[in-house]
Design a protein around this ligand. Structure first.
Ligand code: SF4
Length: 74
Protein backbone atom coordinates (compact mmCIF):
# COMPACT_ATOMS: atom_id res chain seq x y z
CA UNK A 1 0.00 0.00 0.00
CA UNK A 2 1.36 3.39 -0.95
CA UNK A 3 0.82 6.14 1.61
CA UNK A 4 0.53 9.74 0.57
CA UNK A 5 2.58 12.34 2.38
CA UNK A 6 0.49 14.07 5.03
CA UNK A 7 0.07 17.85 4.92
CA UNK A 8 1.94 19.81 7.59
CA UNK A 9 0.13 19.60 10.93
CA UNK A 10 -1.72 16.37 10.03
CA UNK A 11 -1.04 12.86 11.27
CA UNK A 12 -2.38 9.48 10.20
CA UNK A 13 -3.03 6.89 12.93
CA UNK A 14 -4.01 3.23 12.51
CA UNK A 15 -6.45 1.97 15.11
CA UNK A 16 -8.55 -1.13 15.49
CA UNK A 17 -11.67 -1.18 13.32
CA UNK A 18 -13.86 -1.98 16.37
CA UNK A 19 -12.36 0.72 18.59
CA UNK A 20 -14.91 3.01 20.25
CA UNK A 21 -15.18 6.59 18.97
CA UNK A 22 -13.16 9.33 20.61
CA UNK A 23 -15.05 10.50 23.71
CA UNK A 24 -15.99 14.16 24.22
CA UNK A 25 -13.28 16.39 25.69
CA UNK A 26 -13.21 16.04 29.48
CA UNK A 27 -14.77 12.56 29.49
CA UNK A 28 -12.97 9.52 30.91
CA UNK A 29 -10.81 7.40 28.62
CA UNK A 30 -12.86 4.80 26.73
CA UNK A 31 -9.97 3.06 24.99
CA UNK A 32 -10.44 4.65 21.58
CA UNK A 33 -6.64 4.65 21.30
CA UNK A 34 -6.27 7.99 19.54
CA UNK A 35 -4.24 9.72 22.26
CA UNK A 36 -1.68 6.94 22.63
CA UNK A 37 -1.50 6.41 18.85
CA UNK A 38 -0.84 10.10 18.23
CA UNK A 39 1.99 10.41 20.75
CA UNK A 40 3.26 8.57 23.83
CA UNK A 41 2.69 9.92 27.34
CA UNK A 42 5.78 10.59 29.51
CA UNK A 43 5.98 6.91 30.53
CA UNK A 44 5.32 5.78 26.97
CA UNK A 45 8.16 7.98 25.75
CA UNK A 46 10.56 5.96 27.85
CA UNK A 47 9.28 2.67 26.43
CA UNK A 48 8.89 3.94 22.87
CA UNK A 49 12.09 6.02 22.83
CA UNK A 50 10.34 8.74 20.88
CA UNK A 51 8.09 11.73 21.48
CA UNK A 52 5.78 11.37 18.47
CA UNK A 53 3.89 8.56 16.81
CA UNK A 54 2.22 5.53 18.38
CA UNK A 55 3.27 4.19 21.78
CA UNK A 56 4.79 0.71 21.67
CA UNK A 57 2.85 -0.23 24.82
CA UNK A 58 -0.63 0.30 23.41
CA UNK A 59 -2.53 -2.99 23.02
CA UNK A 60 -5.88 -4.07 21.64
CA UNK A 61 -7.98 -6.11 24.09
CA UNK A 62 -10.39 -8.25 22.09
CA UNK A 63 -12.47 -9.21 25.13
CA UNK A 64 -12.91 -5.64 26.30
CA UNK A 65 -13.26 -4.29 22.77
CA UNK A 66 -10.93 -1.37 23.47
CA UNK A 67 -7.33 -0.32 23.44
CA UNK A 68 -5.48 -0.70 26.74
CA UNK A 69 -2.15 0.40 28.13
CA UNK A 70 0.35 -2.44 28.29
CA UNK A 71 2.78 -0.52 30.48
CA UNK A 72 0.95 -1.46 33.66
CA UNK A 73 0.57 -5.19 33.08
CA UNK A 74 -3.07 -4.82 31.95
S1 SF4 B 1 -0.14 3.03 26.05
FE1 SF4 B 1 0.26 3.51 28.21
S2 SF4 B 1 2.40 4.13 28.27
FE2 SF4 B 1 1.74 4.24 26.14
S3 SF4 B 1 1.09 6.36 25.83
FE3 SF4 B 1 -0.72 5.18 26.36
S4 SF4 B 1 -0.92 5.40 28.60
FE4 SF4 B 1 1.19 6.00 28.04
Amino acid sequence: MRLRKMPAGWQCVWRHVNAPPKPPVGSPCNGCGLCCLAEPCPLGRLYSRRTAGPCVKLRWDEGMGRHVCGAHGV
